[in-house]
Write a protein that binds this ligand. Structure first.
Ligand code: 1HE
Length: 261
């Protein structure tokens, strides 16, 4: 187990389990933590095929470290630069090339929701709740929510969520796409690992395309998006696993697709 200051890392074969490890602060994100997150995802362990993002304690993440924020009294320029570090770090999660599966429980609020929204699959325990309480703290989102959360739930609903100080429970979060699955209490990590282990069996180039191309293509015009898709498909098609993947289907060795989930 590798320990950073605010994170813990455990490898289970090709699945890296990265754990937010400041439960006494409800895993609030200070400057060191955001840099540790960014550096990890910018340069993950070579053997990692998929990452599970977990947390210690009852809450996934309480967002910006408000104690540090009050203490540092950052100037507007300093806070802008710090927000850009969050953007960099969470871009490493979303577009770093490895699938990232988040195991959510308790508070997923403010910057914690910005962090979760950068992950690709979000598994929630029933205790999970989502909020953007920035207005209640007299600040604004700065870790990418206007882009990532706005895209998931729509900008109008995000404005309402903040203005009306709404807190969505796990079931509402599932309806809105803030999480993708709700599991039994205590089962979030194991389910996230099971999803990660299944995804780790995909060809790495297929996973790379899923996590790096789909989000970007949805920022493009139709004509540019279709062109980019064809380029990505051509590159994935050149991967060494393609022949084996097709052969498994054609020789009827692959598992049958069935309606579930
Ligand atoms: C913290 C933080 C934090 C807890 N920064 N220290 N985020 C928020 O507005 C959420 C603020 N936190 C909460 O609403 C609650 O703490 C929770 C609902 C997450 C959890 O409640 P609970 O009852 O389990 O814990 P607690 O007693 O409130 O907190 C335990 C300790 O963690 C306590 O410190 P202690 O010294 O009294 O033990 C809290 O002060 C501390 N703690 N949350 C610092 N966030 C890039 S811009 C992003 C903008 C935002 O993220 S705004 C949203 C900020």
């Amino acid at each position: 187990m590798t320990t950073f200051r605010s994170l813990k890392l455990e490898m289970r074969d090709t699945v890296a389990i990265l754990t937010l490890a400041r439960p006494e602060r409800r895993n609030a994100i200070d400057e060191d933590t955001v840099m540790e997150i960014g550096r990890f995802f910018a340069d993950p362990p070579a053997e990692a095929r998929v990452v599970v993002l977990n947390s210690e304690g009852d809450h996934f993440c309480a967002g910006l470290d408000l104690e540090e924020h009050a203490r540092l009294r950052r100037t507007p320029a300093q806070f802008m630069r710090m927000c850009q570090k969050w953007h960099w770090a969470f871009d490493q999660i979303q577009y770093g090339g490895l699938p990232v599966i988040a195991a959510l429980r308790g508070a997923v609020v403010g910057g914690g929701l910005e962090l979760a929204a950068a992950c690709h699959t979000r598994v929630a325990e029933p205790s999970t709740f989502f909020a953007l309480p920035e207005g209640q703290r007299a600040i604004f989102t700065g870790g990418g929510a206007t882009v990532r959360v706005g895209r998931i739930i729509g900008p109008g609903r995000m404005v309402d969520m903040m203005l009306a100080a709404r807190t969505y429970d796990a079931a509402r979060g599932l309806d809105l796409g803030l999480c993708h699955e709700i599991v039994a209490p205590g089962a979030g990590l194991e389910r996230a690992i099971a999803i990660a282990e299944a995804a780790a069996k995909h060809a790495p180039l297929s996973n790379y395309a899923m996590v790096t191309a789909i989000g970007r293509i949805n920022d493009m015009s139709t004509t540019d998006g279709l062109f980019a898709e064809s380029l990505m498909a051509g590159i994935v098609q050149s991967g060494p696993e393609v022949a084996a993947g097709l052969d498994a289907f054609l020789s009827k060795k692959s598992s049958r697709l069935e309606p579930k989930d």
